[in-house]
Design a protein around this ligand. Structure first.
Ligand code: ADP
Ligand code: ZN
Length: 218
């Protein structure tokens, strides 16, 4: 099962990806994690990415594409993978298409999570993650079972992204609608798009996602 999770920041891509991993035994490839792994593994592309990031610049499409390509070649992706945060633009979607074709692979589906803007702002404003294992939480919708202790790994250290606030969210949403939302039409035209209502609670959305995935491989 090879799929892309598409949706605005805060729509629940990370949250749903973790649940898909548990139910389908395929890895979750998020751009941020892949970048950090490539840097830590000191691969050729990882070194290039580090130099750019150290200079405070955004990593170029070429570097991101190469990192995704290397990651997909790893053995744990042989049964498939979940892409989260990539592709971000039509250009990257084209590059991904060519890359997969070159490897003799194709996508099974693109899951688009639909969530209203006001809900997105609220979700992102309350978001925090475990610093050790990356498990995602929310001040109102998903608190750790034992206060202050990560459900998954037991760590007591959590982080919040500095750009997870209402003001920056409005700008990030503009960028999403301008650069990333066109991918919805792009994948619709290829017959790969599956929309899922992302407004329900986490378990409800997970059911919707799982239903769509089962249809896609049928
Ligand atoms: P994305 O990866 O798309 O940016 P996240 O998965 O990080 O989004 O979710 C954003 C925030 O909203 C997190 O704090 C998460 O716990 C919370 N969240 C995710 N899905 C839901 C949902 N269906 N209802 C309420 N809160 C949610
Ligand atoms: Zn943890």
């Amino acid at each position: 099962m090879r799929l892309i999770l598409l949706g605005p920041p805060g729509s629940g891509k990370g949250t749903q990806a973790k649940l898909i991993v548990d139910n389908n035994a395929i890895p979750h490839l998020s751009t941020g994690d892949m970048l950090r792994q490539a840097v830590a593994a000191k691969t050729e592309t990882g070194k290039k990415a580090q130099a750019v990031m150290n200079a405070g610049k955004l990593v170029s499409d070429d570097i991101v594409n190469a990192i995704v390509s290397d990651r997909i070649d790893m053995s744990d992706c042989s049964n498939g993978f979940i892409l989260d945060g990539y592709p971000r633009t039509l250009k990257q979607a084209d590059a991904l298409g060519a890359m997969l074709e070159g490897k003799g692979l194709s996508l099974n589906c693109v899951v688009a999570l639909r969530v209203d803007d006001d809900a997105l702002v609220e979700r992102v404003s309350g978001r925090f993650t475990c610093s050790k294992c990356g498990e995602g939480y929310h001040d109102k919708y998903k608190l750790p079972q034992v206060p202050g202790k990560c459900d998954r790994c037991g760590s007591k250290i959590f982080t919040r992204r500095v750009d997870d606030n209402e003001e920056t969210m409005r700008t990030r949403l503009q960028a999403y609608y301008k650069e990333t939302a066109p991918l919805i039409g792009f994948y619709y035209a290829k017959g790969l798009l599956r929309g899922v209502d992302g407004m329900g609670d986490i378990a409800e959305v997970a059911e919707g996602v799982q239903r769509v995935l089962e249809e896609a491989v049928r």
